[in-house]
Each structure stands twice: as structure tokens, then as C-alpha cells.
Ligand binder design. Structure first.
Ligand SMILES: O=C(CO)[C@H](O)[C@H](O)COP(=O)(O)O
Length: 222
């Protein structure tokens, strides 16, 4: 937990008065929101574009002004967590099932900063890649992935039988692609009609990674 607090503290330094902030999702973002709310109470004027219903509610509960991507199609900065970050800054995201809106908000923003504790830093991406799939296409997508040697598994929900449904009304599933030697290749292979989006965020999107450790945090830039 202290790693997340240190990470969020450092990320707050990247925020300036007047900014529109793309807001990711997850527990690290939650800590960031708590600190952002403190700044807002002190008089900082910012607004957020949330990437999930969860983040939207969180911002509202903390008294942070929420705006839409329709009004602000180019947020100044996006701050979001990740499930894994490799040595080149490629990411796997989508542990919370919000990958599609997260990828949209991160892509739309002028800068994209990833906030993680050091346990997320890995040499190579290796966890199953979250995907959002249209229900209509599920059988086809599963077969196409099996032909490529990948196993697709519907996400098990907590407090709900599977499948987990995204904020956009689609299925959330995970693709086991083993240890990923080439994130570009796997990301390309996951571009199958019916997969709305996949959880590989290539390094070219990332401006910096804020890594939280027990004794502080640092911003790593490419
Ligand atoms: O991609 C995400 C949600 O879709 C999250 O950013 C990711 O799962 C990291 O979450 P946490 O900060 O709770 O570890």
C-alpha cells in the first residue's frame, strides 16, 4: 500500500492547475484520486475524463469535476494504472475490465503516465491479455485464437456468475499468450473482427512510468 501512496504522490506532481485529466481505473488510480481531491479542496481547478463507471463514481464522490471526451477530446494528461509493464514500457492492462475506454482516453491525451508499484515491473509481459469481445462474435473469436495457438477464457466475476460484462455491454475474456516476446506481434494478432479492444498498450503510447517503491517513487521516461 505504501508503494501506491508514494506512486500517487509523485504522479500528483505531474498535474497542473487548469488541466483536463484522463482518469484510468483501479486501486492505484483510487489513491491518486484521493490525493487529487485534496488538491481540489485546496483550490486547484482541474476536471477529469473518467475511463470507467467506477472512476466516474469515484471522482463524483470525491468532489472532482467530471467532463466528457465529447467536450474535451484531447485531455492534457492521462494517469492510469497497469497490470504489467515490461522493460520497454509495453503494458498489459484490463485487470479491471476497463481496457477499451482506458485505451481510448490514453490515446486521446497529450501525455500518458502509468502509475504502478514496483511489483508490476517485469522483464517480459506474461499474464493473460484481457480482451473485450462482442458476444455475437465470441465463438468465432475463440476459434480464430485457437487456430493461432491461444486459449481464450471468459472472465470469472466476483459476486456474479461469468461472464463479466464491460461498461460497454461486451464480454470480458483473457487470452493466454504465454510469455510475450513481441508485444507488437501479439497486439496485431488480437486485431480480430469482434475483439473490440485488447489490453496490450504498446510502449509508443507511454510518456512515462511512475514506479512506487517502499522508500519513494521515480518517473521513468523512455
Ligand atoms: O487496467 C486496469 C483496469 O482495467 C487497471 O489499471 C489495472 O488493472 C491496474 O489496477 P490496480 O492499480 O488495481 O493494480
Amino acid at each position: 500500500m505504501i508503494e501506491k501512496v508514494n506512486c500517487a504522490k509523485k504522479a500528483i506532481e505531474l498535474v497542473e492547475d487548469g488541466m483536463i485529466i484522463g482518469l484510468g481505473s483501479g486501486t492505484t488510480v483510487r489513491v491518486f484520486v484521493e490525493m487529487l481531491a485534496e488538491r481540489v479542496r485546496e483550490g486547484m481547478d482541474v476536471a477529469v475524463v473518467p475511463s470507467s463507471i467506477d472512476s466516474h463514481m469515484l471522482a463524483v464522490e470525491h468532489g472532482i469535476r467530471v467532463v466528457s471526451l465529447l467536450e474535451h477530446p484531447e485531455p492534457d494528461v492521462c494517469v492510469d494504472g497497469a497490470d504489467q509493464v515490461d522493460r520497454d514500457f509495453n503494458l498489459i492492462k484490463g485487470g479491471g475490465g476497463a481496457l477499451t475506454r482506458e485505451k481510448i482516453v490514453a490515446s486521446a491525451s497529450k501525455k500518458f503516465y502509468v502509475i504502478v508499484d514496483e511489483s508490476k515491473m517485469v522483464d517480459r509481459l506474461s499474464m493473460p491479455v484481457p480482451v473485450e469481445v462482442l458476444e455475437f462474435a465470441y465463438g468465432f473469436v475463440r476459434k480464430r485464437l485457437a487456430d493461432l495457438g491461444y486459449v481464450l477464457k471468459l472472465r470469472e466475476g466476483k459476486g456474479k456468475l461469468r461472464p463479466v460484462i464491460s461498461d460497454n455491454g461486451n464480454l470480458i475474456a483473457d487470452v493466454d499468450a504465454g510469455v510475450i516476446e513481441s508485444p507488437e506481434e501479439v497486439e496485431g494478432a488480437l486485431r480480430i473482427p469482434g475483439i473490440v479492444e485488447n489490453g496490450i498498450f504498446l510502449a509508443e503510447m507511454v510518456d512515462g512510468v511512475v514506479v512506487g517503491r517502499k522508500d519513494g517513487a521515480e518517473v521513468l521516461r523512455r
